[in-house]
Design a protein around this ligand. Structure first.
Ligand code: NDP
Ligand code: MG
Ligand code: MG
Length: 330
C-alpha cells in the first residue's frame, strides 16, 4: 500500500518567512502560483523579458520578475516550464542564484532522473506532481477541494525537505485530496510509460486501427469516427468514475460479452512483450536520450510524425463532425 498524506500531515507554517518562486506561468505554473498565494504563501513568478505570460501573471495580482531575480529573492524555487527547456534555463539563470539551504522543486522527474539537471549538494530537491492538468488544479482549489499529487524527495540537505514538500502540497491544495509518496525514478518512468503505451500512444493507435478497419471495409467514415473515437469519451468517463465495473455495468451485455471474448485478440501477448521493451528503454535512458537529441537537432522525427498524423483521414472527418457538436468548446 502506498504511503498517503492528508491535510493534517502538512503545515503552512513551514512556508512562513520563505518566498516561493514559481518559474513559468503556463498550465501548472498559474495554478501553483495562484493556489499558493491564496493559501497565504509569498509568491513571485519567474519569467523571461517578453514572455507572453508576463502580463497575464501580473493581471492576476502576482509579482513577476525575470527568472534569475525571482530565484535570488526566494528560498523555494518550483520549475514549471516545459521539461525540454528546463536544463538551459536552470544552467543560465537558476543554478547560480540558488543559496545554501534553498529548495528546488519539480512537478515531473525527467530532468533529475536523466541527469539533465544536477542541483548542488547544499539544497533540498523535491517533487510535487499534481495528477491532473493545471487548469483542474486551479479550478478544484477554488471549489475548496484539491487534486491528488505525488511527492518525492531527491535530496534532503536540510533534513526538512519532506516537510517542506508537504507544506507546498498543502498550499497547492493537494493534501485536501491526498498525496502519495514516490521517488523521482518511479514517477518519471511510470509517467513516460503510461503516456507512450496507454494514454497517448496506445489510445491514438487503437482508435486509428479501428477507424481504418471500418473505413477500408467500406463503412462510412463518419460512422467509423463515432464508433471508434467519439464514443471513447463516454467509456472513459465511466472508467474514470467507477473503474471497469461501472463501465461494464453500464454497457449492454452484448458489449460486455464482446469485450471478454475479443480483448485478448486485440491486445495480444506480442503487445505485452513490446510494452516490456518500451519500459526497458525508458528505464535504461534510451528513450530520454532520443528525445534530448531530438530537441537539440530541431525535432526532425517529432515534426515529420506530426505532419503525417495531421494527414490521416480521421482528422478531416473529425473536424466536420465536431462542427455539429454545438456543446464543444472551439
Ligand atoms: P507549460 O508549457 O504550460 O509552460 C509554459 C510556461 O513556461 C509559460 O508561462 C511560458 O512562457 C513559460 N516559459 C517557457 N520558456 C520559458 C523560459 N525560457 N523562461 C521562463 N519561462 C518560460 O508547462 P506545463 O505546465 O505543461 O509543465 C510544467 C511542468 O509541469 C513540466 O515539468 C511538466 O512535466 C509538469 N506537469 C505538467 C502537467 C500538465 O498538466 N501540463 C501535469 C503534471 C506535471 P510564455 O507564455 O512566454 O511561453
Ligand atoms: Mg507525462
Ligand atoms: Mg456501440
Amino acid at each position: 500500500m502506498a504511503k498517503m498524506y492528508y491535510e493534517k500531515d502538512g503545515s503552512l507554517e513551514l512556508l512562513k518567512g520563505r518566498k516561493v518562486a514559481v518559474i513559468g506561468f503556463g498550465s501548472q505554473g498559474h495554478a501553483h502560483a495562484l493556489n499558493l498565494k491564496e493559501s497565504g504563501a509569498d509568491v513571485v513568478v519567474g519569467l523571461y523579458k517578453g514572455s507572453k505570460s508576463w502580463e497575464t501573471a501580473e493581471a492576476s495580482g502576482l509579482e513577476v520578475m525575470e527568472v534569475g531575480e525571482a530565484v535570488a529573492v526566494s528560498t523555494v524555487t518550483m520549475i514549471l516550464i516545459p521539461d525540454e527547456k528546463q536544463r538551459k534555463v536552470y544552467k543560465e539563470y537558476i543554478e547560480k542564484n540558488l543559496k545554501d539551504g534553498d529548495a528546488l522543486a519539480f512537478a515531473h522527474g525527467f530532468n533529475i532522473n536523466y541527469g539533465q539537471i544536477t542541483p548542488p549538494a547544499n539544497v533540498d530537491v523535491f517533487m510535487i506532481a499534481p495528477k491532473g492538468p493545471g487548469h483542474l488544479v486551479r479550478r478544484v482549489y477554488q471549489e475548496g477541494k484539491g487534486v491528488p499529487a505525488l511527492l518525492a524527495v531527491h535530496q534532503d540537505y536540510t533534513g526538512k525537505a519532506k516537510n517542506l514538500a508537504l507544506a507546498y502540497a498543502r498550499g497547492l491544495g493537494a493534501l485536501r485530496a491526498g498525496v502519495i509518496e514516490t521517488t523521482f525514478k518511479e514517477e518519471t518512468e511510470t509517467d513516460l510509460f503510461g503516456e507512450q503505451s496507454v494514454l497517448c500512444g496506445g489510445i491514438t493507435e487503437l482508435i486509428k486501427a479501428g477507424f481504418d478497419t471500418l473505413r477500408e471495409a467500406g463503412y462510412q467514415e463518419e460512422i467509423a469516427y463515432f464508433e471508434c473515437l467519439h464514443e471513447m469519451k463516454l467509456i472513459v468517463d465511466l472508467l474514470y468514475e467507477g473503474g471497469f465495473e461501472r463501465m461494464r455495468f453500464s454497457v449492454s451485455d452484448t458489449a460486455e460479452y464482446g469485450d471478454y471474448v475479443t480483448s485478448k485478440r486485440i491486445i495480444t501477448e506480442e503487445t505485452r512483450k513490446e510494452m516490456k521493451k518500451v519500459l526497458a528503454e525508458i528505464q535504461n535512458g534510451e528513450f530520454a536520450k532520443a528525445w534530448i537529441v531530438e530537441n537539440m537537432t530541431g525535432r526532425p522525427v517529432f515534426n515529420k510524425r506530426k505532419e503525417q498524423e495531421l494527414n490521416h483521414p480521421i482528422v478531416e472527418v473529425g473536424k466536420n463532425l465536431r462542427e455539429m457538436m454545438s456543446w464543444l468548446k472551439k
